[in-house]
Design a protein around this ligand. Structure first.
Ligand code: YOG
Length: 135
């Protein structure tokens, strides 16, 4: 069983978020604001259902899923697209594939050195975020 991702996590680094947002077609105006904010990740598990909340002073994004069960995701308040998303464990990584208009879209979460890592990718862009546990 992989280590639990559950808990509250505060962003400590965010590399190439700009490239990732450009790949998603986010406007310059929104990118300027989005680049300045820190995200908090809140991950909860209720039975076989996960809830992942990305919180910030600008916008919040919440979604929930069952592992290995494809679902319809609408990225409300982000790029507002529909995806067919599938989240599954690959070793110690929780990996999401987001099938839709954007090629090669998805993310992976894992724990390393007591930090929560998130790699977001879209087209040829990779964004790397690291979060520390909220104490
Ligand atoms: O995480 O999908 O944990 O969904 C990525 C935003 C910025 C809004 C954040 C607000 C992509 C403006 C979610 C950020 C850029 C920019 C706080 C990352 C789109 C719009 C919500 C994400 C997964 C994995 C869970």
């Amino acid at each position: 069983m992989p280590v639990s991702l559950c808990g509250s996590w505060d962003m400590v680094s965010n590399v190439n978020f700009e490239g990732y947002m450009i790949a998603l077609g986010i406007s310059l105006y929104t990118r300027k604001i989005a680049l300045k904010i820190k995200h908090r990740k809140v991950i909860e598990q209720v039975g076989d259902r996960y809830v992942v909340k990305t919180l910030s002073t600008f916008r919040n994004y919440t979604f929930s899923f069952r592992v290995s069960e494809e679902f319809q995701e609408f990225t409300k308040g982000l790029d507002d697209r529909n995806c067919k998303s599938l989240v599954a464990w690959e070793g110690n990584k929780l990996v999401c594939i987001q099938k839709g208009e954007k090629k090669n879209r998805g993310w992976a979460h894992w724990i390393e050195d007591d930090k929560l890592h998130l790699e977001l990718h879209c087209e040829d862009q990779v964004c790397k975020q690291v979060f520390k546990r909220v104490v």
